[in-house]
Design a protein around this ligand. Structure first.
Ligand SMILES: [Zn+2]
Length: 95
């Protein structure tokens, strides 16, 4: 009986160990996607998936915070976009 509980104990410990590895892996991928976002700095030109109503899809980053302040390079209008929405809509960093 003691051996049986020991085996179960070891099995549980092993599962926790695997679980921790998986958790670590998911944390790494999460931080990697964060890093991609952190690459954006003020003054950069970005391209978004969804274009501005004027037809332009390139923006200059004016401010970064809870919201991103972006200036449309085609018509010159400035817009405030919530961070989460901006991060999702960024297609690529032009420069
Ligand atoms: Zn525009």
């Amino acid at each position: 009986m003691l051996i049986y509980t020991l085996i179960i104990y070891k099995y549980l410990k092993y599962n926790i160990f695997i679980g921790k590895i998986l958790l670590k892996k998911s944390n790494i991928s999460k931080s990697e996607s964060d890093r991609k976002i952190m690459d954006i700095t003020v003054g950069q030109i970005i391209q978004t998936k969804k274009p501005h109503p004027c037809g332009g899809d390139t923006w200059e980053v004016l401010r970064i915070g809870m919201d991103f302040k972006l200036k449309c390079l085609t018509c010159g209008r400035e817009v405030m976009v919530p961070r989460a929405k901006a991060e999702k809509s960024i297609k690529k960093i032009v420069k």
